[in-house]
Ligand binder design. Structure first.
Ligand code: DGT
Ligand code: MG
Length: 385
């Protein structure tokens, strides 16, 4: 069996976009969770190598044998010295001290609590803890209230806090589909040529999610979607109360920048990321809350994202919005490092000239994009890395 394991390990591709990952527990589930904790800790410390742990964790998800030795782990791709050291400790003690400390530390507990507020990331969380000495959600509430009185704009964080309990509750697939059907019928009512798709975790087959992501475009005209979002929301507003947290176009670019900042160690220069096939970025996006009638009388706040894209960018947006976010990150890395290309929700571009590749416009199916990038076809539910 030794040889069998070794062969299996040596055949695992380096990038998760080259292999199937389903949404189910793996043979090394505890170690996997510990690696994710190591990553989270690094992210909260704004430290380097956070992703190295995530990459190794993602490899564990596709290895079907329970690890028995450090040597065995060394056969796996993405397991560098740091990861192997963690494996060694785990095999010896059944835990990783750094993770134990992390879970027990008051500072980290607070940082995780703060990062759970929609719109708050590690930088803000650290600032609140270290500089303003905030410790509880009540502290944050009072702090933001003071800031508000001083005239600071704080919209997203404030709403994140106001609906904190609601937003902590996972959305079931049934509820997501119901919200999706309402949005879809609003699409059709506005323009029968507008179509949409449920994306994000629910497209990957997840039973629960933290938001509902919907991507739409006009099936006939390249710019047929422009200006339609307001009408869609108006119709939706007859059914549900909703709240826009951020309503702007061209927000995709900001996200692309964010991806790199969050990783801390990515070497792609995202500030020069090409943002559309040609002409200005015309995507429209609603980021907000929808108040969904729950079981009891009270309605519950749900995060809803609606993105409208131009027709020619549909396939690339569909891939980008299906996720998982780690899959997306690896896909971009794979393109940059192995194919000298840039992939984003607008298309595929030559890395250096930033021009769209010639075949860009003929890649109208997800399968064609995978084939063009020389990747094995992965169905959405196999992209759960
Ligand atoms: P969830 O919602 O926690 O169940 O999991 P996901 O996978 O649905 O995660 P979510 O909703 O944060 O994002 C869905 C996908 O869309 C994910 O692959 C990342 C991608 N995405 C999120 N925000 C943006 C954005 O601003 N621009 C682009 N291009 N993609 C985004
Ligand atoms: Mg989602």
């Amino acid at each position: 069996e030794y040889q069998q394991r070794k062969d299996f390990a040596s055949k695992i591709p380096v990038y998760c976009c080259q292999r199937k990952t389903l949404d189910k527990p793996c043979a090394n589930e505890k170690l996997y969770q510990l690696f994710l904790l190591l990553e989270q800790r690094r992210l909260l410390e704004n430290a380097m190598h956070a992703l190295a742990y995530h990459r190794a964790a993602a490899v564990l998800r596709v290895y079907p044998y329970e690890l028995l030795s450090v040597e065995e782990a060394s056969w796996l791709p993405c397991f560098g010295a740091k990861c192997l050291k963690a494996v060694k400790e785990y095999l010896k003690t059944g835990n990783i001290q750094e993770c134990v400390e992390f879970e027990q530390s008051e500072r980290f507990q607070c940082l995780r609590l703060f990062c759970g507020i929609h719109g708050v990331g590690p930088t803000t969380a650290c600032l609140w803890y270290d500089q303003y000495h905030l410790r509880t959600l009540q502290d944050v509430k009072s702090f933001l209230e003071r800031k508000r009185l001083e005239g600071h704009p704080l919209a997203i964080k404030e709403y994140g806090l106001q609906y904190y309990d609601d937003l902590q509750q996972k959305i079931s697939r049934k509820e997501a589909l119901d919200i999706y059907h309402h949005v879809e019928s609003a699409f059709r009512e506005v323009d029968p040529h507008l179509s949409c798709c449920l994306v994000g975790g629910f497209r990957r087959g997840q039973e629960y999610g933290h938001d509902v992501d919907i991507l739409g475009c006009h099936r006939v005209e390249e710019y047929g979607h422009v200006g339609k979002l307001a009408a869609i929301l108006q119709i939706l507003g007859k059914r549900f109360r909703y709240l826009s947290l951020e309503h702007e176009s061209s927000s995709n670019r900001r996200y692309d920048e964010l991806q790199v900042v969050k990783g801390g160690e990515e070497d792609d220069d995202a500030s020069s990321e090409p943002t559309s096939l040609d002409g200005p970025d015309s995507s429209e996006r609603f980021i907000g809350l929808i108040f969904y009638p729950g079981e009891e009388k009270r309605s519950i706040a749900r995060r809803l994202d609606i993105v409208l894209t131009r027709k020619s960018e549909w396939t690339f947006s569909l891939i980008s919005w299906t996720g998982s976010s780690f899959f997306e990150r690896d896909l971009r890395r794979y393109c940059a490092k192995e194919r000298k290309l840039r992939f984003n929700s607008h298309g595929i571009f030559e890395k250096h000239s930033k021009q769209p590749v010639q075949r860009c416009n003929s890649l109208t199916e997800e399968q064609q994009v995978f084939e063009y990038l020389q990747l094995p076809w992965l169905a959405p539910e196999e992209r759960c890395a």
